[in-house]
Design a protein around this ligand. Structure first.
Ligand code: NAP
Length: 245
């Protein structure tokens, strides 16, 4: 039986596993283990790091993996880099399944920045009441920022250190435009910070910010590994797997 490894932790990873699990393929999804109660994909699931690119290459060999789909989050650059190295070392075909970034439309007041540090540099100049939606591991990048109040939204509690003025909002998408609009108003938010993650589940905050004419600091994506084919969606990944035979 042919064996497909999905590096997951995303909606796309779960959708791909759901498509493949009922087929004749053996499907294993790998999760990093960062979220306390992850939404588990269909098929086999393994949780935890592999131990760098060598550990991943060993796992591919030991488990007889025939293809790897890197469906990790666009900002999970470490595991994507490791996957490219492990695929090159073992000769196992690798596809990156990466959803497109958010689409800017008329009326958006986006401030693109290359990093979380650059986002922090814009505060408090660009806003003093901040909705921070960049994930629980990124709050530390704002710990030195004085003069702004942060409301950090994440699935699980963020990791310290925290900014001096800070509160946490535990929530998990998908979100709605009306819900995001209410949240921005209720907390009197004057700037939103997001990663350019893309995807429908978290896009409503951008619509709500546009309507309220709020600036949005958008952290740009890290580059993809070079020379690896990319599919923008699950059907594209399924076609790639079909072509492999
Ligand atoms: P990262 O910085 O790219 O990876 C750090 C290390 O975590 C990797 O070297 C690997 O450890 C382990 N790892 C990451 N993803 C893994 C996976 N799917 N299966 C097994 N091990 C994995 O990753 P990250 O940014 O912390 O993200 C961790 C996971 O959360 C990813 O799977 C990603 O899809 C998901 N996620 C991330 C974000 C985000 O904003 N970064 C948002 C939503 C979901 P070893 O070297 O020991 O193998």
């Amino acid at each position: 039986m042919r064996h497909v490894l999905i590096l997951g932790g995303t909606t796309e990873g779960r959708l791909l596993a759901a498509e493949l699990a009922p087929t004749a393929l053996r499907v294993t999804s790998s999760l990093a283990g960062r979220v306390a109660q992850p939404r588990l994909p269909a098929g086999e699931v393994r949780i935890g790091g592999f131990g760098g690119p060598e550990g991943l290459a060993d796992w591919l060999r030991a488990e007889g993996v025939d293809a790897v789909v890197d469906a990790t989050h666009p900002f999970a650059a470490g595991i994507s880099h490791n996957a490219a190295l492990a695929a090159a070392a073992t000769g196992v075909p690798l596809l990156v399944l990466r959803r497109p970034g958010f689409t800017r439309v008329d009326g958006d007041r986006w401030l693109p920045v290359p990093s979380l540090a650059a986002a922090a540099d814009l505060l408090p100049r660009r806003g003093e009441r901040v909705l921070l939606t960049t994930g629980r591991q990124s709050v530390a990048a704002f710990a030195h920022v004085d003069g702004a109040h942060f409301i950090a939204r994440s699935v699980d509690p963020p990791e310290p250190p925290f900014p001096p003025s800070f509160e946490v909002l535990l929530d998990r998408g998908p979100f709605t435009v009306s819900g995001e609009d209410a949240l921005l108003r209720e907390h009197d938010i004057d700037v939103l910070i997001t990663k350019d993650s893309g995807g429908a589940a978290t896009a409503p905050k951008l619509t709500a910010a546009r309507v309220l004419q709020l600036p949005v600091i958008v952290v740009e994506r890290p580059p993809l590994p070079e020379g690896v084919p990319v599919a923008p969606d699950v059907p594209g990944a399924l076609r790639w797997l079909e072509r492999l035979g």
